[in-house]
Design a protein around this ligand. Structure first.
Ligand code: HEC
Length: 148
């Protein structure tokens, strides 16, 4: 049976309504996707325990890595986020000396961040460049900046 004019019109109307809804969804998604929501610490990383003692040896190994591998370029020699490469960076590199990053996060969280980097920021992933021990040494070094 051939559809009547009225039916054709109705189908056209429904199709355009669907098209408009899809277009709106795409635009809204495009606008909100830019506001990237930081995921929580993934389950696979949450149970990781710092295998190293937080002693001066570990911290000083961590400091050497921090200086040699480039953390210092962004996070700065005083871990205040004022490294030479930090100018104009949005968001700026974290200030560990004064911010509450260390106070509010576990070793596992810091280890995860250093390992995986932080999407949408200049923070690279280090799991390819640094061994697990080097990354835990960095955690122990950063802890030295924690205000107690
Ligand atoms: C190219 C610049 C750059 C380098 C190099 C870099 N970082 Fe970052 N780092 C950032 C930025 C930018 C952030 C995100 C800050 C924010 O989200 O507010 C960040 C975030 C972090 C965080 C998470 C803290 C937070 O506020 O979310 C840790 C931990 C960290 N960096 C440690 C390191 C360590 C350790 C190294 C060296 C192995 C390093 N970073 C190298 C730029 C850098």
């Amino acid at each position: 049976m051939k559809p009547s004019r009225g039916q054709t019109f109705l189908i056209a109307l429904i199709l355009s309504a669907v098209a408009i809804a899809v277009a709106t969804a795409v635009i809204v998604h495009g606008l909100t996707a830019r506001r990237y929501h930081e995921p929580e610490l993934p389950e696979a990383w949450a149970h990781r325990e710092n295998p190293l003692r937080s002693d001066p040896e570990s911290a000083s190994r961590g400091r050497a890595i921090y200086m040699l591998k480039g953390c210092v370029l962004c996070h700065g020699a005083h871990a205040d986020g004022k490294g030479s490469a930090a100018k104009g960076m949005t968001p700026p590199p974290s200030d560990f000396a004064n911010g509450d990053v260390l106070k509010t996060h576990s070793d596992a969280w810091l280890f995860w961040r250093i390992s995986e980097g932080k999407r949408g920021t200049g923070m690279p992933s280090w799991s390819g460049a640094l061994t697990e021990q080097e990354r835990w040494d960095l955690v122990n070094y950063l802890r030295r900046f924690e205000k107690r």
